[in-house]
Design a protein around this ligand. Sequence first.
Ligand SMILES: Nc1ncnc2c1ncn2[C@@H]1O[C@H](COP(=O)(O)OP(=O)(O)OP(=O)(O)O)[C@@H](O)[C@H]1O
Ligand SMILES: [Mg+2]
Length: 255
Amino acid sequence: MKIAITGKGGVGKTTLAGTLARFLADRNFKVLAIDADPDANLASAIGAPKELIDQLKPISEMKDLIAERTGVQPGTYGGMFILNPKVDDIPEKFSIEYKGVKFMLLGTFQSAGSGCFCPENALLKALLRHLFVARNEVVIVDMEAGLEHLGRGTTGYVNKFIVVVEPGLRSFQTARQIKELANELLIKDVWVVGNKIQNENDKELIKKELADFKILGFMPYDPLIIESDKVGKSAYDMSESLRLALEEIWKNMQS
Ligand SMILES: Nc1ncnc2c1ncn2[C@@H]1O[C@H](COP(=O)(O)OP(=O)(O)OP(=O)(O)O)[C@@H](O)[C@H]1O
Ligand SMILES: [Mg+2]
């Protein structure tokens, strides 16, 4: 299963990506979590300690690696470079592991403005193809907020989108736009998770407004989730109600 977690800014994408990764690793799945948000914070949502996180640098910024594998210095546009660079050793070399979750910091694709044929994108694309096609894992990608980047390549090998929404019309609007984009990208499964739920009315609002989506479940509003961020822990380890919600979400992902 290759899942991209998307949605409006601040709705809880990283919280879901990090805690779902931990939940599945606890159930003995091989889990690879990928941070594709330039404002990266997925590693801490998984609960990895700072010393471990500090070892990582975004793949897209590894100039020597990009040059070695593609034959061209990053920042070069046009010209000849290896389109299918060797990448199969990258996940082991440039990832950290915490509580059974393997974690990689992807960095961002160069903007596709001019159909960018640059070595950075060539390496990232080859890497994603390898991660999503060749490896037998649950892959969870934490995406940047919004829509603009969605077609850029990060989602090229994903087969499911989870759109996180909160009880609020703006996040529903983003969900609808993401669904349209997903259709264009030929991604069939576009699922919704409602977050920051305070009462039954919040659930009903989401069900009513997003009636044409499959809703996987609802994560409660829980001050312990905010607290976890303050103390540098994963909400998975702190919020019992969140763990219960993840069980429901996972059950519905499989049915
Ligand atoms: N269910 C919840 N209850 C309480 N607080 C929550 C809940 N879910 C997320 N939060 C808090 O909301 C904030 C945003 O969450 P998070 O970083 O997961 O969102 P995001 O969608 O990844 O944001 P961004 O768009 O900036 O990447 C964090 O402070 C987080 O602790
Ligand atoms: Mg985030």
